[in-house]
Design a protein around this ligand. Structure first.
Ligand SMILES: [Zn+2]
Length: 460
């Protein structure tokens, strides 16, 4: 404990109130309109945080609706040395919640709601960390800039905009991942595939909500079979999925439920799309043509397998293994379209992965119709920023630590020399991108004190 912990304790009510207000804004990416590039709710979140930051005495602005900035600069100094980067957009709620996803519910010392941990809670901690430093009359030699973005979950176009409109401080950390410090991030490839899918007894297939999560739900409409026949087939499957099967206007509607998880940690999820395809492939349909297409998809994305082996892309280095998830699917106009999210280790490149995927679907009738990728990110572990953050972490936790590599691209993936610092602690599953996401209140406070000490270490 230090002076920051004591001060942060006195701010507990204000911090939880601000987080509750932020969670109540369902800041999932929405329709672009004038001055609101990521939709009205993302913009509302920017207005809320700038109001709060102004009340705490910071200089703020919102840049064209893309992101908000709050600066804390010592008098007579315009040198901003440290940036802390958080995001206020969230992924959709998804299924399976025990609480209202867009109401912040307090229970047993935890705050439940979408964004409490990713990344609205850490954003509140960062704001109050700077406030704690300011209020404790600590003389800083250099300024701190808080940057609140609103497009982290959908490609970080906010930071691309930042790179051409504002100057990034030389040292940047983002509390949008985990402790101790993440200096290595796997590369990522997102691929969309298309295949012919002729008309037949399978009328439609839809599954998944976002590309960067294991899908928790998928559904299909079929004709020509009774509800009982479909239920009979579903009972023969043993794949951890739950099926809801119902008659609907002369057709049978099949819903498949799995478990969502972040695409970088797919083993903790259950893929509802591949679970649905398994059932569709097992049905006694008259014409096999459609099932042949689905079997080809299952051949490269077998249910329950996420290591890319079936794509010929299985690999592992000292920084981790490749993972690949089929996360979105739909049928339209005689085609079936599906998208996948792959994270690959530091020793490979996006070009190499693309080559492997292309080879895996050769002559299958499936084509790659969309592709984006990013190379792995690495910051030297001897950098000033990493040394400072690790020393603060070790001092507060008593744990001797080294920087780590993860599969999720963090918010600093495209920022040279950037690292992630918190706010998840290993051993806890905060259900990020899943149902019942939460942050413990004592961690909300502890993170603020941790960041305050880091600011002092770097800018003091
Ligand atoms: Zn995040």
């Amino acid at each position: 404990m230090n002076e920051f912990d004591d001060f942060i304790q006195t701010q507990k009510d204000e911090m939880t109130a601000l987080l509750k207000d932020l969670v109540e804004i369902p800041s999932v990416m929405g329709e672009t309109s004038d001055g609101e590039p990521f939709g009205k709710d993302c913009f509302a979140a920017l207005e809320l945080i700038t109001d709060a930051a102004e009340k705490l005495g910071f200089r703020t602005f919102i840049r064209d609706g893309y992101y908000a900035v709050a600066d804390c600069v010592p008098e007579g100094c315009d040198d901003i040395k440290l940036g802390i980067l958080c995001h206020l957009d969230v992924v959709p709620a998804g299924d399976g919640w025990s609480y209202e996803p867009f109401k912040c519910t307090e229970k047993d010392g935890k705050l439940y709601g979408r964004g409490t941990m990713d990344d609205k809670g850490p954003a509140v901690s960062a704001l109050y960390a700077v406030y704690a430093v300011k209020q404790n009359a600590v003389r800083l030699k250099h300024g701190v800039r808080l940057i609140f973005g609103t497009n982290e979950e959908n490609g970080s176009a906010d930071l691309e905009y930042y790179s051409t409109h504002d100057t990034m401080p030389p040292l940047v950390f983002t509390p949008d991942a985990e402790y101790p410090v993440i200096n290595g991030e796997k590369g990522m490839v997102r691929t969309t595939y298309t295949s012919d899918f002729p008309k037949g007894e399978i009328v439609s297939i839809h599954g998944g909500q976002v590309i960067n999560a294991v899908p928790s739900a998928a559904c299909a409409v079929i004709k020509g079979l009774s509800k009982e026949a479909v239920i009979g087939c579903s009972e023969k499957l043993d794949n951890s999925c739950l099926y809801a099967i119902d008659e609907d206007n002369g057709t049978v509607k099949i819903e498949c439920h799995g478990k969502s998880a972040h695409a970088s940690l797919p083993d903790s999820g259950i893929n509802a799309i591949t679970g649905l395809l398994e059932l569709l492939c097992s049905l006694p349909l008259d014409d096999f043509t459609q099932q042949e297409v689905l079997k080809k998809i299952l051949r490269i994305y077998p249910h329950g397998k996420t290591n890319g082996e079936a794509l010929g892309a299985k690999m592992q280095d000292s920084h981790g293994a490749l993972t690949s998830v089929l996360s979105l699917i739909h049928t339209e106009n005689g085609k079936i379209v599906f998208s996948t999210d792959t994270r690959f280790p530091l020793s490979s490149t996006k070009e190499e992965i693309f080559d492997k995927f292309s080879r895996a679907i050769m002559d299958s009738g499936i084509e790659i119709t969309g592709y984006i990728g990013s190379q792995p990110h690495y910051t030297d572990e001897n950098s000033e920023l990493i040394k400072a953050l690790l020393s603060v972490y070790e001092l507060r936790t008593g744990k001797k630590s080294r920087p780590i590599t993860i599969g999720g691209g963090t918010y600093v993936h495209e920022i040279d020399g950037g690292v992630a610092f918190g706010a998840e602690r290993s051993g806890t599953d905060y259900h990020i991108h899943g149902a019942d996401e939460f942050i413990p209140i004592d961690e909300l406070l502890d993170n603020a004190a941790m960041f305050a000490q880091a600011i002092l270490e770097i800018c003091g």
